[in-house]
Design a protein around this ligand. Structure first.
Ligand code: C2E
Ligand code: CA
Ligand code: CA
Length: 423
């Protein structure tokens, strides 16, 4: 049981003005920890522990008041799952609607299973559950959770450390001066060895820094509202160059384009994309739009509208980085995707890591059951390719075949590759 009569000063459990007068009479800044629990004692207990550790904390028993004091800089929320007036699950939905970024600790006396299910739901809602506290919990358990999670949380992982934070003017200038270039990476059908697609990957030919990779500027362009412009530059360039990759007698490979989640807010996106394809005499069924799981979850209803219309126009859809986002299993059947793209993080070590291999096998199985094409990215070795073939994967992309290349280099690569294929 929590020691509910801990001697340390406590924050009054129903002090909800957003500011808190502490014992010494000074006004504390906005709190960083919020506690909601219908048991006043629990709120007091948590507040006391948090206070003693030097954190700002407010506890409440009332859901409405809780939402009122919730601030964008709240670091951590301790939330009771079982409350009489509004249950914790309902509250999780409201937090999701408010796009809450705080870490959430679920507290409950209900079984571990129920907590885990609620945790999964929260993740589907885009919330970040950082810990569970099974009631009754001891002070030491609580302190460990606070110590671990009540610090300002690290920024989300980025694939490469950005080399600079580019300014708006610099990026606009780069667009105007046409400094973005498109590289292409071939996608190979495992059964036939033929190149069936190419993924367009943007780079910035920076006048001073040289070739800058997309992880250094995509997020920034999204933030500055420039990503749509960039998306159209890449789409236009890709559509004008893809014909070069055709194999003499056959049609050009499929062109895969990465769509930012922000493009999925634009209801005109399907029409614009299809008119662009028409302008370049490309059948929409030869265009694949790659979207990420995370992007989809964020704006599911608008995204579904756009994705459905893209499919009605025959554009193909791929779920990129599959396996790395939020639990998509339930949603997957509602999304009209035609392809699942297994993320490279599963492929990297699949020959040694049994769990990664199982994840890959299950994804392939599930994709096929849903009538989807399954591709694996980040294939770097023959061993990985052989295992993927064994597991029934349809196609692959990765350094084992080719790095992303500028159009003219890909043309040469294709020439050599195809000449080996026929012999
Ligand atoms: P992504 O869509 O997951 O693209 C795959 C990334 O993996 C590419 O990095 C590619 O160069 C890299 N890659 C390919 N084969 C291998 C391999 O065998 N091993 C390893 N370790 N890596 C491999 P890149 O080109 O740096 O792109 C990074 C991300 O930037 C892309 O990830 C995509 O999310 C984003 N991006 C690229 N181009 C565009 C674009 O035109 N629009 C938008 N919105 N995002 C883009
Ligand atoms: Ca991609
Ligand atoms: Ca990917």
């Amino acid at each position: 049981m929590p020691n509910l009569h801990d001697q340390r000063t406590v924050c009054p459990a129903d002090t909800l003005t957003g500011q808190l007068t502490k014992g010494n009479g000074t006004v504390a800044p906005i709190q960083k920890i919020l506690v909601i629990d219908d048991e006043i004692d629990v709120g007091e207990f948590v507040s006391a522990a948090a206070d003693a550790m030097g954190f700002e904390c407010i506890a409440t028993t009332d859901a409405k008041a809780f939402l009122d004091v919730l601030a964008p800089d709240t670091d951590l929320i301790l939330l009771d799952l079982m409350m009489p007036e509004m249950d914790g699950v309902e509250l999780l939905r409201l937090l999701s609607q408010q796009k809450c970024k705080a870490g959430i600790v679920l507290m409950s006396g209900v079984g571990k299973r129920t907590m885990e299910t609620a945790g999964q739901l929260a993740e589907v809602l885009g919330l970040s559950i950082v810990a569970h506290l099974q009631k009754p919990f001891r002070l030491a358990e609580l302190e460990a959770v606070l110590e671990r999670h009540a610090k300002p949380r690290a920024l989300p992982l980025v694939k490469h450390t950005p080399i600079a934070v580019f300014q708006h003017e610099e990026l606009v200038r780069a667009i105007e001066r046409n400094e973005f270039v498109v590289y292409y990476q071939p996608q190979i059908d495992i059964a036939t060895g033929r190149v069936v697609g190419v993924e367009a990957l943007v780079r910035w030919q920076h006048p001073e820094r040289g070739l800058v990779f997309p992880d250094n500027f995509i997020a920034r362009m999204e933030e500055l509202g420039l990503i749509d412009d960039l998306g159209w530059i890449v789409a236009e360039r890709g559509m004008s160059e893809v014909a070069q990759f055709a194999n003499g007698d056959s049609i050009a490979p499929m062109l895969s384009l990465n769509a930012s989640v922000y493009s999925l807010h634009n209801l005109k996106f399907p029409d614009l994309l299809v008119s662009l394809a028409e302008k370049h005499a490309i059948s929409p069924s030869n265009i694949m739009v790659e979207i990420t799981e995370t992007g989809l979850i964020k704006e599911l209803s608008t995204a579904l509208d756009i994705l459905t219309r893209l499919r009605m126009k025959q554009v193909k859809l791929s779920i990129d980085d599959f396996g790395t986002g939020y639990a998509m299993m339930q949603q997957l059947k509602n999304i009209p995707a035609t392809e699942l793209k297994i993320d490279k993080s599963f492929v990297q070590d699949m020959q040694n890591n049994g769990q990664d291999r199982i994840m890959i096998q299950k994804t392939i199985e599930m994709g096929h059951e849903l009538g989807m094409h399954v591709i694996a990215e980040g294939v770097e070795t023959k061993e990985q390719l052989d295992l993927l073939r064994l597991d029934g994967c349809d196609s692959v992309q990765g350094y084992h075949f080719s790095r992303p290349l500028p159009a003219k280099d890909l043309v040469s690569w294709l020439h050599t590759y195809r000449s080996h294929l026929v012999h």
